[in-house]
Design a protein around this ligand. Structure first.
Ligand code: ME8
Length: 479
């Protein structure tokens, strides 16, 4: 067994929950595909019932409120609509979530207000006045050094920065500075990839000030009220982060027996690595095991955004190339560690090289030779080789490297075919011997492909796990 693969009984895998201000694009979708492949992989190791995979929508706060206003819709109606369109997008990608949580779900509203009240009772949340620069895009107060020369947020240059002076509830963030530093420095794999850890430590070096965790209702009318103070709304990040706990608690999965893994984009690592642990520490709740921060998908060097008009919806790609081609492309070439620039041209090149030629061609060759031989190939046990060298990189969530290993296995298989030339073997016993090895290997590969390209994996299994193997339609017709 590989290190770290089964040190706990259960596993909880989450993605960030997307703002319901607009339907998700392929950037958001990348995170879902990545987390989905990891969840599917771990279901094989831990058993289906011991893995819980959570995704959803983040529906409160100014971002969503203003988007609804712009569309002249009530915010309830608007966020319901976007949330359901998001869900269609991720369903198109065959994402096997166990729950799609909405922060407007009654159980979440209750949990978020309960946790807030508890922290208030314990004295880790207190009321005071605050003055500062607020970015409604980030839903966060900024210091002057966070802003660029003309006092705009570098992430949201189109949004106005507001100077706010208001009464808020504050979280005693500063009291946890040392605890956070120790956590980040000492806890193995707490922040991955490794280089992101230093970014968080550098942030801590600047020192932490207590931060507001509520906004006055007359300014932000859309959110969860502070139960003991109806004039205040819980800060959207405090509310949103609690979603993980809301869902996991119900399944008895927010505890020391469960390995908790959050997948997030690099822009929100800070909230997950520095704010969320403090919220949990202040309530004496268990901490996540890993926060994995991936990079950004860009198009022609530019951030994907509605205002730039370069948004691509996952479902449109799926319609054109098929779900597994889209999953494969992003898993193999997505921003797992650094930002990547993607293009339709590159997607099509990868499709032809790795899927039509690589996998598709090898499967077709073996099926054709097995059919022609007239021989029978008794199916092996569908026993999965999960903890083999090919899967080692998954313990650090490097699914791209795992796929590289699987494609190396395919190349070796092709080499085996070319070197043994089964089409030229006349001796039936020898032919059976050579082809059996190849059939065995493609069956094995079909099984290990399941977490990444589940529909294709199933198609190959249906074709090969029988005595008489037949040629079928190509898995990935050439473009
Ligand atoms: O941040 N490439 O929501 P969000 C890769 N609601 N990932 C991208 C991306 C891109 N081009 N664009 C966005 C929020 N993402 C909060 C999260 S969690 C408790 C609350 C990723 O809709 C982004 O990094 O702005 C984040 O992980 C996720 O999509 C949702 O972004």
């Amino acid at each position: 067994m590989l290190k770290n693969d089964k040190e706990k009984e259960k596993i909880l895998i989450t993605t960030a929950i997307d703002y319901a201000n607009d339907v998700i694009h392929i950037g958001h979708a990348y995170e879902k595909i990545l987390a989905d492949s990891v969840a599917r992989y771990y279901r094989k190791i831990y058993g289906k019932e011991n893995v819980y995979f959570l995704t959803g929508t983040d529906e409160h706060g100014t971002t969503n409120y203003l988007a609804a206003k712009e569309e002249n819709m009530s915010v309830e109606e608007y966020t319901r609509k976007i949330s359901s369109l998001d869900r269609k997008e991720i369903d198109a990608l065959n994402i096997s979530y166990d729950r799609f949580i909405r922060t407007t779900d009654p159980d979440h509203v209750k949990t978020a207000s309960n946790l807030f009240e508890k922290a208030l009772e314990r004295g880790d949340i207190y009321k005071a006045e605050y003055e500062g620069f607020y970015c409604e895009g980030c839903e966060e107060y900024k210091t002057l050094s966070d802003l660029d020369e003309d006092k705009k947020c570098p992430q949201h240059p189109n949004k106005q920065i507001r100077l706010l002076k208001e009464e808020n509830y504050f979280l005693r963030w500063s009291a946890y500075e040392n605890a956070l530093r120790e956590l980040i420095e000492k806890k193995d794999d707490f922040i991955l990839p490794e280089n992101k850890k230093n970014e968080m430590l550098a942030f801590l070096e600047q020192g932490l000030n207590d931060i507001p965790v509520s906004r006055p209702k007359y300014k932000v009318p859309w959110g969860i009220s502070v139960p003991s103070d109806e004039e205040q709304i819980i800060y959207v990040w405090y509310d949103a982060l609690v979603n993980y706990y809301t869902a996991a608690k119900q399944k008895d999965m927010w505890n020391e027996k469960t390995k908790i893994i959050h997948f997030v984009g690099k822009d929100i690592l800070r909230f997950h690595a520095l704010l969320w642990p403090v919220m949990l520490l202040s309530l004496e709740l268990p901490l996540p095991d890993t926060i994995y921060a991936h990079g950004f998908i860009n198009l022609k060097g530019k951030k994907i955004s509605k205002s730039l008009g370069n948004v691509i919806r996952p479902s449109d790609l799926v319609k054109k190339y098929g779900v597994d081609a889209v999953r494969y492309y992003f898993l193999k070439h997505g921003p797992i560690t650094e930002d990547v620039d993607i293009s339709i041209k590159h997607l099509e090149e990868v499709y032809n090289a790795d899927l039509a030629n690589g996998l598709g061609n090898t499967v077709a060759r073996i099926a054709k030779m097995a059919e022609r031989s007239g021989l029978s190939f008794e199916p092996q046990e569908k026993e999965f080789v999960w903890q083999a060298p090919w899967s080692a990189p998954i313990s650090k969530f490097r699914v791209d490297l795992a796929l590289q290993n699987i494609w190396r296995m395919l190349t070796d298989l092709d080499k085996h075919i070319n070197e043994n030339e089964p089409w030229a073997i006349e001796d039936q016993e020898e032919l059976k011997n050579v082809l059996s090895k190849e059939v065995y290997q493609i069956r094995k590969i079909s099984l290990i492909l399941e977490p990444f390209i589940p529909s294709t994996s199933r198609r190959i299994q249906e074709q090969f796990f029988k005595d008489r193997i037949r040629s079928e339609e190509p898995l990935f017709p050439k473009l």
